[in-house]
Ligand binder design. Structure first.
Ligand code: SF4
Length: 740
């Protein structure tokens, strides 16, 4: 069902994760195939199965090829013209605004949207709708690391150095990241590190395929990474391994941070984390013995109700040992979503204007309002964070426009969020396929996907990339930029919005100029010629900035800030009723909410559905064998999936991947306890109990495979069989939360 064919091989990028692997798309038969692109330095031709099979989503039979509008007479989503669909959306948003006020209209974006889309979505919300109620699913992914970055360094860029530096450092502590599953081509940076004589410490409650590569694997209880980092810092101080010259010349706040760490004695840290003191000592010595060192975190320590402080504790360890702001040393966050970095820089966040400017900063408002040609006083203030916005649906927020996200699968406490979505007066969703969330909409707008459109993304290194259009989209779909421009016109915005991505990018450059994430010197031409350009890049002659902080940190005084942090319990501790810890994450053959990947036969064959990973001791107590169904019950709901028994997980912990809907939906269970700074929900820790489930006669259901029937008719409407649209029904949505 490809809309148009390639005439030549096109160099572009993968539609999925933040590594943004380079690939070539080549015509073959009536489709396209991925071939190696060895000249792109990040992946040097390597791809995981998701990237290799990505063209399957372009031609999927479940691809939406025309708008859908829910008919009152039947309660069903039925085909409509673009004119009718857009008019219905405009009427729905306008009517809500007139009846309840602008803040009764919400907008929810995604970390997979290109920079141009994220920028335009934020501009649309603030200028056309006049609402403060916009946020995006990236809040569920990297927000704690972003907040900790800002607090310590005055600037948030996931990695302050390129990936190519990793093999040349002396020691890496990898915290809560399973690169072997989340971005396999990046694993070679760790392999090369070890080949060069460097050491690798992995911190993870599970002995993952990444942890198996480590010189030392520390397996703390989920939710105790903060105590672990404090324990290591305590030992570094006690052993006299701090870098006093660095602390004196490049930092502030050491006395308070030091005192906080010294109150966490190793024996106490062992009791909290379960990591034996000798292992703590070995880790501290390994890190300090190396001439340079890095700490890299991912969703494990970040997706906690104390994620910002947890990342802050690891940053403190880097600062105390002089492993920051120097070549081959530093702290970095391994961003998860495809545009997780750029998506948090240009205005779809609740508190933010383009260029990573703050919405409550008068100078920032004046600058961006000048680019937009409006009075700064007309810009709304900061709104709710992602979970809080979703939780307000149906009460304070009556109508929602959603792009590139599937919160019915990806939000914490997902059954509750699904109820909130169902209680909306009006829901419009722009997506590629009929996701679980789109299936609840009043209007579904089918939009183009990765290889059918051009746009920039910013990968986990801060490298701005150009993903090129390689095929024509099917007739009947439009780009998100075209959708927003058409809606703006229908809602009376006479100035219009640009629909050409390069034109949008040039405006974004002006809006970001002088801001923390300054793209002013980056152009489509430069990106194409230079394999991407690292921000900040304030003018066309500037080389870009692959390495940050070498001279000074981005704080007003140029010094990095220690922040004193202390251990505290997770939002929900285990007890007699819920005695086991649940942690969630990803598997290699699915991506986020399964949006695109659950459309790919090869990926479904490799990862057909959810599972509950548990230790043999726990399985024995429960009386379940490998593959038998297990019910996992939390205070928020119940999920059922087959047991996967392994000694590679702590006996007090179970793991579930979160890519699927239905009875195996992991996020039915997760706890929306929020970090007070980042507003990140606690996806990585909640208390559960396990129950054996008597197996049903007959073959086990494949819970994760795309169902053949529409899975989610709108509440209060008649059940709907297969949607009457080309290619049939499906489940999916845009990229959603990140996984560790
Ligand atoms: Fe690369 Fe990530 Fe795509 Fe896999 S999913 S090919 S690791 S960008």
């Amino acid at each position: 069902m490809l809309g148009g064919m390639l005439t030549a091989t096109t160099a572009t990028h993968c539609p999925y994760c933040a590594l943004q692997c380079g690939m070539n798309l080549r015509p073959v038969g009536d489709g396209v195939e991925v071939v190696e692109r060895t000249d792109f330095p990040v992946n040097r031709g390597a791809l995981c199965g998701k990237g290799r099979t990505a063209p399957a989503v372009l031609s999927s039979r479940v691809r939406l090829d025309g708008p859908l509008v829910r008919r009152p007479a039947t309660g069903r989503l039925e085909p409509a013209t673009w004119e009718e669909a857009l008019r219905t959306v405009a009427d729905g948003l306008r009517g809500t605004r007139e009846e309840y006020g602008a803040d009764a209209v919400g907008v929810f974006g995604g970390g997979g949207l290109t920079n141009e889309k994220a920028y335009t979505l934020g501009k649309f919300a603030r200028l056309v709708l006049g609402t403060s109620q916009i946020d995006y699913n990236g809040r569920f992914c990297m927000s704690s690391a972003a907040a900790a970055h800002q607090r310590a360094f005055g600037l948030d860029r996931g990695l302050p150095f390129p990936l190519e530096d990793i093999p040349r450092t002396g020691c890496v502590i990898l915290v809560g990241s399973n690169l072997a599953e989340t971005m396999p081509p990046a694993l070679r940076y760790l392999t090369e590190l070890k080949a060069n004589g460097g050491r690798l410490i992995v911190v993870d409650p599970r002995r993952t395929r990444t942890a198996e590569q480590a010189d030392l694997h520390l397996a703390p209880r989920p939710g105790t990474d903060l105590a672990l980092a404090l324990g290591l810092l305590h030992l570094v101080v006690a052993e006299g391994r701090t870098d006093e010259e660095f602390i004196e010349s490049r930092t502030t706040g050491w006395a308070e941070a030091r005192a906080a760490a010294m109150s966490h004695w190793p024996a106490q840290v062992e009791r909290i984390t379960g990591v034996p003191v000798p292992q703590l000592r070995e880790a501290a010595a390994m890190f300090c013995d190396a001439p340079e060192g890095m700490v890299l975190t991912a969703r494990g320590p970040e997706q906690q109700s104390k994620g910002t402080d947890t990342v802050g504790a690891w940053i403190n360890l880097c600062l105390a040992t002089g492993r920051a702001g120097r070549p081959l040393s530093g702290y970095g966050c391994l961003t998860g979503q495809g545009n997780g970095q750029g998506g948090r820089e240009h205005g779809q966040k609740a508190d933010q204007l383009p260029g990573y400017r703050k919405l409550d900063d008068p100078a920032a408002r004046a600058h961006v309002a000048g680019v937009w040609g409006v009075d700064p006083n007309t810009l709304p203030g900061p709104g709710r964070s992602a979970y809080e916005l979703l939780d307000a649906l149906g009460t304070d927020i009556k109508a929602l426009l959603l792009m590139g996200s599937n919160p019915v699968v990806s939000a914490p406490r997902a059954a509750h969020i699904q109820e909130r979505i169902e209680s909306l007066d009006f829901l419009a969703v722009a997506d590629v396929v009929l996701s679980e969330t789109a299936a609840l909409a009043d209007v579904v707008l089918p939009v183009t996907q990765w290889a059918e459109e051009t746009g920039t993304l910013t990968n986990l290194e801060g490298r701005v990339l150009l993903r090129r259009r390689a095929v024509d989209p099917p007739e009947g779909v439009r780009t998100d930029l075209e959708v927003l421009n058409a809606l703006a016109a229908l809602l009376g915005w006479e100035k219009g919005f640009a629909t050409d991505p390069e034109e949008v990018f040039d405006e974004l450059r002006r809006a970001s100029a002088g801001g923390p994430a300054d793209y002013a010197g980056i152009s489509y031409r430069r990106i194409a010629e230079e394999d991407g350009v690292f921000w900040p890049c304030p003018e066309p002659g500037h080389p870009g900035t692959p390495r940050l902080f070498l001279e000074r940190f981005a704080t007003p005084d140029g010094r990095a800030r220690f922040v004193p942090v202390t251990h505290r319990a997770a939002g929900e501790e285990t007890d007699a009723a819920y005695p086991v810890v649940l942690t969630t994450g990803r598997v290699v053959s699915q991506y986020q909410s399964g949006a695109q990947t659950r459309r790919v036969d090869e990926l479904n064959a490799a990862a057909p559905g959810p599972f509950v990973e548990l230790h043999p001791r726990l399985a024995g107590r429960l009386g379940v064998a490998e593959g038998e169904p297990v019910a996992v019950v939390s205070r928020r709901g119940r999920a059922v999936a087959p047991a996967r028994i392994t000694t590679g997980i702590r006996p007090d912990t179970v793991f579930m991947p979160f890519h699927w809907a239905g009875e195996g939906r992991a996020n039915t269970l997760t706890n929306p306890a929020l970090d007070p700074t980042s507003r990140m929900p606690e996806f990585k820790v909640c208390a559960v109990r396990l129950e054996a489930v008597r197996p049903q006669a007959g073959p086990a259901p494949q819970a994760g495979v795309v169902p053949e029937e529409d899975p989610a008719p709108r509440a209060g409407t008649a059940p709907q069989a297969a949607p009457p649209v080309g290619g049939g029904p499906a489940v999916s949505g845009g990229p959603a939360v990140g996984g560790g």
